[in-house]
Design a protein around this ligand. Structure first.
Ligand SMILES: [Zn+2]
Length: 185
């Protein structure tokens, strides 16, 4: 996909997350790998209402190439692309069921067969600060699965494209919703 196509993909994915209540306010950030550098949502942007002006083009060191200031999670995004050649998209968001569940738990195994096969056992990491400063534990967790939870923060999903990242977050959120509903019966 060319640059314009990837920018549209970022805008569409942000709107979809917003529509499905998988992001609120100014939370979350999205990125896509380019042949040279990375496209990453701007700092302080609302994922539900992105325009072309909210997408930063950064080089591999995180320096902006188009004057748009990238998200404060740029270190995390760039480290993932550096570590995994097969990853072309990274999605980070904060969702209510995932965040609530992992306040009290450190791992989760989906209840339905299909989700268990697709997601496997999902791990959560403790985090010291508002942003990810130590990317090492996140990269190690992503060697075992394509989604990892940051406790008291949110979730990081990686994949071949943004829709794959989105689908994984949507599925995990739904599975934890099922888990919480199951506790009613
Ligand atoms: Zn965050």
């Amino acid at each position: 996909m060319d640059k314009a196509g990837l920018v549209q993909d970022i805008i569409r994915t942000g709107a979809l997350l917003w529509e499905k209540n998988l992001v609120v306010a100014f939370n979350g950030n999205l990125s896509a790998r380019m042949q040279e550098g990375v496209l990453l949502t701007a700092t302080g942007s609302c994922l539900g209402f992105l325009t072309e002006n909210h997408v930063a083009h950064v080089d591999i060191n995180g320096r902006t190439l188009n004057g748009v200031e990238p998200s404060s999670e740029k270190l995390l995004h760039l480290a993932v692309y550096g570590a995994f050649a097969s990853v072309n998209a990274v999605l980070h968001t904060h969702t209510p069921y995932i965040n609530a569940f992992f306040l009290k738990n450190t791992s989760f195994v989906p209840r339905t067969f299909e989700a268990e096969r697709y997601l496997g056992s999902v791990q959560a990491l403790d985090q010291e600060d508002i942003n990810v400063k130590d990317v090492g534990p996140v990269l190690r967790a992503l060697e075992r699965g394509k989604i990892v939870v940051l406790r008291r923060h949110g979730v990081v999903s990686v994949g071949a494209d943004l829709f794959e990242c989105f689908a994984r977050v949507q599925l995990l959120e739904e599975q934890i919703r099922i888990e919480s509903l199951a506790r009613l019966f």
